[in-house]
Design a protein around this ligand. Structure first.
Ligand SMILES: Cc1cc2nc3c(=O)[nH]c(=O)nc-3n(C[C@H](O)[C@H](O)[C@H](O)COP(=O)(O)O)c2cc1C
Length: 224
């Protein structure tokens, strides 16, 4: 196993949007899931309910998601509206989209191209596996969603430390009813998002860019 420092792991993680089909070995995946189990949570409630899809089930789910997407049958457990972003948040969101589409050579007005790119989410970007992060519903759900977010970062970083790529996808949470139906998950469990993962295709254009970060002065205030 490669031994990366924590700094190397956190700074080298990037969202991967084209994977090789090589599966992740079961013992490696179990190690990642065991690492993620050490995530902190409010009152140690450990509210993560994780469903991993691979093989024939992944293909079945991909088909069902593409079908729902093409028919516009979305079913979100939590709202998502890109128009809610404002000021610098909207600027960053626009910059991210521009960088991504430019890396693929898709022009601004190319609606068909954009639709094709959106669809790649439901093909899991060719990843051999995807994890779906479900949660029970408590109160306004903000605390539990933050626990799931922390779990997701543990999962992503553990994958990175083992040379495995990943991408968190809100898109995969936009068809929660479809996912519940195909995986036989109870309606009580709410879907926050999914994560596709596997070995990165290092040659792919979709993986050729890195999103920057603002300096800490833009978001940290020191008080003493
Ligand atoms: C919760 C969450 C959901 C995301 N959903 C999507 C998605 O549906 N599709 C996608 O292509 N990227 C998605 N992303 C990836 C972000 O665009 C990416 O994290 C951001 O641009 C920063 O780039 P980096 O991950 O390469 O550092 C998501 C990221 C997070 C944290």
């Amino acid at each position: 196993m490669v031994n990366y420092s924590f700094q190397e792991v956190i700074r080298s993680r990037q969202s991967i949007r084209q994977f090789l089909s090589t599966p992740v070995k079961e013992e490696v995946l179990r190690g990642v899931l065991e690492d993620a189990q050490y995530t902190p949570s409010n009152c140690n409630t450990q509210p993560w309910d994780v469903h991993i899809v691979s093989g024939a089930k992944k293909e079945e789910l991909s088909k069902a998601l593409i079908n729902a997407f093409e028919k516009g049958q979305s079913s979100l457990d939590f709202t998502f509206d890109i128009n809610d972003y404002f000021d610098r948040y909207a600027e960053r969101q626009i910059e991210q989209g521009k960088t991504y589409y430019e890396s693929l050579g898709i022009a601004r007005g190319d609606q068909e191209g954009r639709q094709r790119v959106a669809l790649r989410n439901f093909e899991f970007f060719n990843a051999p596996h995807a994890a779906f992060l479900f949660m029970p519903s408590f109160g306004d759900n903000v605390r539990v969603a933050s626990d799931i977010g922390m779990y997701a970062q543990s999962f992503l970083l553990s994958l990175t430390s083992r040379g495995i790529g990943s991408i968190p996808q809100t898109r995969l949470g936009m068809f929660a009813d479809t996912v519940r139906q195909v995986l036989g998950v109870s309606d009580d469990m709410k879907l926050l998002f999914g994560i596709s993962f596997g070995y990165p295709d290092k040659e792919a254009r979709a993986n050729s860019f890195r999103m920057g970060r603002d300096p800490i002065e833009s978001n940290v205030t020191f008080h003493d």
